[in-house]
Design a protein around this ligand. Structure first.
Ligand code: FAD
Length: 452
């Protein structure tokens, strides 16, 4: 059975795709190795198990408990973040951390310890997990928390689905007054501009303290507090313009207001021909996109979905990359070396003839990683989407890996389909500690590739 990940690469067959019917039942029986499966929003092969079995969690989608006074929520691990937010936002509670798409399950968010645009203040998803239950292949069920079975807790956060299947999880939500974000947008001319904007003292919130009920404006001497920030970069720009793009910062709006009715969703009906995305079409898009911002701050108020998950408005947008698929290269570089190394990577891409349609740059906060294999860590993260054009695309990404390794950085497994075992080892210094927690019956295409 063929299951595709988000990048449509690699295309592999599975021996079986077995549903987990009910959280109290045992894992489905099979002679194959198994891998828990969420919504396959990982780009590469970390959510695939070629020739072996996937255990799907789509039926584990129940809300189990929601305390509207404290914001503690317990749900099954197959619940999608989109559904979770539909339930909690009207009650004044929001996910403490949300990735760039809401079509991700709670289990998937744990297994990649996902980060959002608010990492500087909030850390990653794992920092807000209070407990979860882990079902292992020996039939054992272990409740894990920072105080109970803490080693397994830290191995499972960012543990790539290899330590067992999470059946349910408890998350500490953050209070909000409104389903809207107040967003500010400005053009940036180069990498210096990016760093200047990122470092502007706008009151990044401390540690993981949930927002007090008064909302951001009433709880800081610095007004307003922009918890969220990210930059889109024109990856075709070179020389003095290297790093030019748009910088966006935002916070939860303090004004309660009802959401407008959802717009009809458009969808990409089929894979576009591979040549559609080229330097010319991407160049045109970049010029149009950049013209939306000006050299002065522009303000807008946007529904949370439009601000946090803009690409979710187009169903199957990944088909735009054609049948050959695409690769995302997401790295994090320690702050000290970041500017030089980012310049090296962006120059390599601009000169390669490959056109990255979606290039995103963001500063991570100084939180210690929540899990043994968590990707998010202090530094600056760069993500580039690159259509697969053959061997030269892979050669370019190997050169990018070398730059990242040289800087002491890391590559994100959730986006990867090709990094070497050596790059994986270099990216995750606690790998040996992690190995001890891997369930012997669990495996993935990614794990077999990088754990050699
Ligand atoms: C448009 C887009 C934007 C994105 N933006 C971001 C972003 O901003 N930040 C970020 O960090 N990531 C981002 N991602 C990546 C995405 O958040 C992760 O890949 C996420 O893990 C996908 O979740 P999923 O439910 O689709 O899981 P899958 O992709 O199906 O699986 C991911 C991993 O989770 C494991 N898993 C799934 N369910 C369970 C379970 N119940 N128990 C144990 N393990 C389980 C799987 O075995 C696998 O290892 C983005 C992806 C897309 C497509």
């Amino acid at each position: 059975m063929s299951v595709r990940s988000w990048g449509n690469y690699p295309r592999v067959d599975h021996a079986a795709v077995l549903p987990m019917e009910w959280r109290h039942l045992a894992l489905p029986q099979t002679d194959h190795s198994i891998l828990p499966a969420g919504l396959a929003r990982s780009y590469g092969d970390s959510c695939l198990n070629e020739g072996e079995a996937l255990v799907t969690t789509a039926r584990l989608d129940r809300l189990m408990e929601f305390d509207r006074a404290s914001g503690r929520l317990r749900c099954e691990a197959g619940l999608a973040l989109a559904q979770l937010l539909e339930l909690t936002v009207p009650a004044g509670w929001f996910l403490p951390v949300a990735p760039g798409t809401a079509f991700v399950t709670v289990g998937g968010a744990i297994a990649n310890d996902v980060h959002g645009k608010n990492h500087q203040g909030a850390g990653s998803f794992g920092h807000h997990l209070r407990r979860f239950e882990l079902l292992r292949s020996d039939g054992s069920r272990t409740v894990c928390s920072p105080d109970e079975n803490a080693a397994l807790f830290r191995a499972t956060i960012g543990g790539l689905g290899l330590t067992g299947l999470v059946t349910w999880a408890e998350i500490a939500l953050r209070p909000v007054r409104s389903p809207f974000f107040d967003v500010e947008t400005i053009r940036i001319e180069d990498l210096d501009d990016f760093f200047r904007r990122s470092e502007e003292k706008t009151g990044v919130r401390d540690e993981f303290s949930p927002l007090p009920a008064g909302g951001p404006e009433e709880n800081s001497s610095l007004t307003p507090v922009f918890d969220y920030s990210v930059a889109w970069i024109d990856a075709l720009a070179t020389g003095k313009r290297l790093g030019r793009g748009i910088f966006m910062r935002a916070h939860h709006s303090p004004d309660p207001a009802p959401l407008p009715p959802p717009r009809a969703k458009i969808s990409m009906p089929f894979d576009l021909p591979g040549a559609t995305l080229n330097r010319h079409s991407v160049g045109l898009f970049n010029a149009l996109y950049r013209s939306r911002a000006s050299p002065r701050w522009k303000r807008s108020r946007e529904p949370y979905g439009k601000y946090l998950f803009p690409l979710d408005a187009i169903g199957h947008w990944n088909r735009m990359y054609g049948k050959a698929g695409f690769l995302q290269h997401q790295s994090v570089i320690p702050r000290a070396d970041a500017k030089a190394k980012l310049a090296e990577m962006l120059s390599a891409v601009a000169q390669s003839g490959d056109a990255s349609f979606l290039t995103v740059l963001k500063v991570f906060g100084d939180h210690a990683p929540a899990g043994l294999l968590s990707f998010a860590r202090p530094g600056v993260t760069l993500a580039l989407d690159i259509p697969i054009r053959g061997a030269e695309t892979f050669a370019l990404l190997d050169r990018m890996d070398a730059i990242v390794r040289d800087a002491g950085g890391a590559i994100y497994p959730a986006k990867d389909a090709r990094m070497s075992a050596a790059t994986f080892r270099a990216s995750f210094p606690r790998l040996d500690e992690f190995r001890a927690h891997v369930d012997p019956k669990f495996s993935s295409s990614f794990w077999r590739r990088v754990s050699r």
